[in-house]
Each structure stands twice: as C-alpha cells, then as structure tokens.
Write a protein that binds this ligand. Structure first.
Ligand code: FES
Length: 268
C-alpha cells in the first residue's frame, strides 16, 4: 500500500470491484507499479473498459425495452364476436328503447366499445322521435323497423381524434352543411365530415377514408341489439380492427358524453 496515499485510501482499502464505481470517478485502487506507485493510466483504461461494458449492457437492455413498447401488443380476437349491447341503466338495450330514447335530434354522444376495449363506436338512431317527423330512414347498414339505427367508429380516420372531439351533429347545428348533407359526423380537430346515411363515407377532408361501420343485428325475438361485425377500413391506429387490445366480452354497456361542437369544415 502506498504510504503516501491520502484522500483516495478509503477506496483502496475497500473490497469492491470496478463495477461498483460511479461513472467518472476513476480512483487509485488496484495494482501499483514496480516502484510502488499506482499505474494510473493502466487502471484508468481498465476502468473505462469496464464502464463501457456496463453501458453497452444497459444500452442493449434499453433498446430491447424500447422495441417492446414500440410494437403494439399482439392481443385481440381472431374473428368478430357477437356482443350484446347494454343500455345506460344496465338493462339489455332494445330497439324499442333506442327508438324512444334517441333520435336524429339527440345531441348527446352515445358510445360503446367493440370489438376491442379501445375501439369506441357511435350508436345513432336517425329516425325522428316518436310522433315526430324528418330524420333519415332506410340508411346504409341501418337496422330496426325503419332501418335507421347505425353504428360507426368514433375515432377519426384522419389523425385519430376520438369522441367527443368527433361527434354526430344534429341538423341545424352548424350554419353550413358538408356537401349539402344534413346528417353527418364532424371531427372538430381538422374538419373532416362523414355521411351517416351512406356508411360514413367521407364528405370533407382532410380525411379520405370512411369511418368503419359496425354491423348491428336486431334480434326480433326479444328486441335486443347486438354488434356482430365491422365493415370498412381498419379502426384508425390499429393495423387491423381485431388486434391491439383486449376484447370487450360477451356484452358491453353504452356510455354517454357531451359533443364538442366546432363548425370548422368547408361546404364540400
Ligand atoms: S383528426 Fe379528425 S380531421 Fe384530423
């Protein structure tokens, strides 16, 4: 031991490996030269090599972690399930109640997830309220006695803004209409609009694709409503609509939000 060691002796006496040292603290610890002096250069080279090795191992670990989280989870379903819709109060949703509680004038955003938990969809009834007039019936993909009940993805096909930033607007909400259409979904993020009477075909950009449409099945035997499939492009943000989160299960309950209304679209 070098009798002249001063402040570094506390480290020289400790039984620690080079791996224990903090980066940037190269100390007099190991071998001494023939004259009893510490070979600073040799030890520093060894030390730096050890630190570089540790950094390399750590870097590899970080890279592996980054790859793990950069890839979407490979979870989902192998085919479209049949999922029963449940009303806001917890009871099975019936077409009769949909026709009573919702109409083309309903400003609320009614949502349900399908087929995965992170895939929200609008539920719309475009028929008039009981005893009323107007609305839209016999629409593309519509179910119920007037083929007025439809469901579409509530994630915009442009950059993926979800409801309620993207919302159905009852006629008269905005002073203008996209392409002269009265029944549409509007994304307030950048102004895309979709025709809810025609499979959510794109009316105004910047989006160019339609919203995916959920295939609904009306069980007339008990009047219940089920989600059984989806048509159109994949849900935005998913490589395919069936992959990217856990499935919702055999039933899913509606939720309600307030729409965000911004009339920031062109007339098409
Ligand atoms: S995200 Fe909807 S228009 Fe851009």
């Amino acid at each position: 031991m070098n009798a002249n060691c001063s402040t570094s002796c506390q480290f020289a006496s400790a039984a620690r490996s080079v791996a224990d040292w903090p980066v940037g603290q190269i100390r007099r610890v190991a071998a001494t030269g023939p004259d009893g002096e510490v070979d600073e250069t040799k030890r520093n080279v060894l030390k730096l090599a050890a630190v570089a090795g540790l950094l390399g191992m750590g870097g590899a670990g970080l890279a592996a972690g980054a790859i793990q989280y950069a890839q979407p989870p490979q979870i989902g379903v192998s085919s479209y399930p049949s999922v029963q819709l449940i009303d806001l109060d917890g009871s099975p949703l019936t077409v009769t109640r949909v026709l009573q509680e919702y109409s083309f004038e309903t400003p609320d955003v009614i949502l349900f997830a399908y087929p995965l938990r992170n895939e929200p969809n609008f539920l719309l009834n475009l028929a008039p309220p009981p005893g009323g007039s107007g609305g839209a019936t016999n629409v593309v993909g519509g179910v119920g006695p007037q083929r007025s009940i439809v469901a579409f993805s509530a994630i915009c096909q442009h950059l993926g803004c979800p409801a309620p930033a993207i919302s159905y607007y009852p006629p008269g909400t905005c002073p203008q209409t996209p392409g002269g259409k009265s029944f549409y979904i509007h994304c307030s993020c950048h102004g895309s609009t979709y025709d809810v009477t025609n499979g959510a075909a794109n009316l105004t950009g910047p989006a160019v694709l339609p919203l995916p449409q959920v295939t609904l099945d009306w069980h007339q035997s008990d009047d219940t409503l089920w989600a059984v499939g989806e048509v159109g492009p994949p849900v935005n943000g998913h490589l395919d609509t069936l992959t990217g989160d856990y499935p919702v299960g055999s039933s899913v309950q509606l939720t309600k939000q307030s729409a965000i209304v911004l009339c920031n679209f062109s007339t098409g």
